[in-house]
Design a protein around this ligand. Structure first.
Ligand SMILES: Cc1cc2nc3c(=O)[nH]c(=O)nc-3n(C[C@H](O)[C@H](O)[C@H](O)COP(=O)(O)O)c2cc1C
Ligand code: SF4
Length: 401
């Protein structure tokens, strides 16, 4: 075995959690939890990565409360589903793989028809996701709504630890609830929760403190952030350094610097072919199809893929934090993994690379010069709306559909 595979496949630990290698399955919303309840298909989906040798898999977008779902079919951390969620986590763990849960709240961005009233975010206005479905507007959160959100994270964290999750990943990025507070584009509040970055960080830091209190000091908590929203007036790379410093000081164990937002600029997150054709393929709502045809080319331009496309920006974070760093974004080969780890990262999260090659760690062990077969066509992104759940239409084994 060459040095590159030795490094990516070497043991590591994260706040006491032993991980058999440095490769982690990134959260990729699975769409395999009808009505918020995990299905056998969700277990099978994650088991394929566990069997393939990944150290830890991340269950994507675990809504911390009913109102935190983007749609009604998102996994919800609720006592009513304790036995199903416990089974999900325990079944995957049987394959020598740790399980993290990505804690999410959609805030003002929702098409969840089971929601009572309008979705709520830092500032009211148009509900971009629900607009085409008749959920036109979102409301401004009151101070008691803010307290409620903190409690929802606290309760969800307690619940998630009790059902056996090994680690929690708080989603601070991609335009969802906590990111809406961080972003000056979506947070136009005039109180202590809006304005300066210090104020915009207030709710996200309260959430981190509440989650930490719920799980204890010796339980790993990761933070996924957006480095830049890629929009004038939005979060920029320099802001992300300040955000990382604040999370580090507040006791985060690891930071995953991602990019872009699902709401405004998703192509910054997964560079490659435009996701427009695949979104059109699965979108059933006629108004949404019309809007996609009208604005899709501008919203979802093809952004040429290149390996490790976030590395240059993400590397700057190493100099400002003491916590562990998890690289994400276009890591596709043994050579890439080596370069990333040598640049000061402790772990690597893999999204599309694993969708295309679920047994990547095994392949890497056998062949250190392994290269992923993912073509960055981004067809998998549209499968977020597929009745079969997300998958790589190019290479997926039909047995997991
Ligand atoms: C189909 C699909 C679904 C995704 N869902 C999520 C999600 O639920 N939460 C999240 O933080 N990121 C999500 N992402 C983004 C990935 O976690 C990752 O940041 C991105 O794909 C870049 O990494 P990669 O180049 O290894 O794919 C998704 C990506 C894809 C392709
Ligand atoms: S559909 Fe498959 S090949 Fe295309 S980007 Fe997704 S994982 Fe890669």
């Amino acid at each position: 075995m060459s040095d590159s595979s030795n490094t990516a496949l070497s043991n590591a630990s994260l706040n006491g959690l032993k991980l058999k290698n440095r490769l982690i399955k990134a959260g990729t919303f699975e769409n395999r939890s009808p009505n918020g309840i995990p299905s056998q298909s969700l277990i099978d989906f994650h088991t394929q990565f566990a069997r393939g040798g990944i150290a830890m898999t991340t269950i994507g977008y675990c809504a911390v409360e009913n109102a935190g779902r983007l749609n009604a079919d998102m996994l919800t951390m609720h006592e009513d589903f304790r036995s199903e969620i416990t089974r999900l986590v325990q079944e995957v763990k049987k394959h020598d793989c740790k399980v993290a849960g990505q804690m999410g709240h959609c805030g003002a961005f929702s098409k969840n028809h089971t929601l009572k009233g309008r979705p709520k975010g830092p500032s009211g206005g148009v509900n971009l996701l629900g607009f085409a479905e008749g959920m036109w507007f979102c409301d401004t959160m009151t101070l008691s709504d803010i307290d409620h959100m903190v409690e929802a994270y606290r309760e969800a964290a307690k619940f998630m630890k009790s059902v056996g999750f090994d680690a929690l990943e708080i989603h601070f990025g991609h335009g969802y609830g906590l990111c809406q507070f961080l972003s000056p584009l979506t947070n136009r509040r005039k109180d202590n929760y809006g304005g300066s970055l210090e104020n915009r960080l207030r709710l996200p830091l309260r959430v981190l403190t509440a989650v930490r209190a719920a799980v204890g000091d010796d339980f790993p908590i990761l933070a996924k952030i957006t480095m830049s929203e890629g929009r004038r007036g939005g979060l920029h790379y320099d802001d992300s350094l300040a955000i990382c410093k604040a999370l580090d000081a507040a006791g985060i164990d690891a930071i995953i610097p991602s990019n872009g937002t699902s709401t405004m600029n998703p192509m910054l997150m997964f560079r490659g072919d435009s996701i427009l054709p695949t979104l059109l393929r699965y979108e059933r709502n006629r108004i949404m199809r019309f809007l996609l045809r009208l604005m899709g080319k501008k919203m979802f331009p093809s952004l040429p893929f290149y390996n490790m496309y976030l590395l240059e920006h993400a590397k700057r974070i190493r100099n400002v934090v003491k916590c562990k760093l998890v690289y994400i974004g276009g890591a596709t080969s043994g050579e890439n993994f080596s370069e990333i780890l040598n640049a000061g990262f402790d772990f690597i999260q893999l999204g599309r690379t694993l969708l295309a090659d679920p047994d990547l760690p095994q392949k890497l062990a056998a062949e250190p010069s392994f290269k992923s077969r993912c073509t960055h066509c981004n067809l998998c992104v549209g499968t977020i709306e597929s009745p079969q759940g997300i998958h790589c239409p190019q290479f997926t084994d039909a047995s997991v559909l």
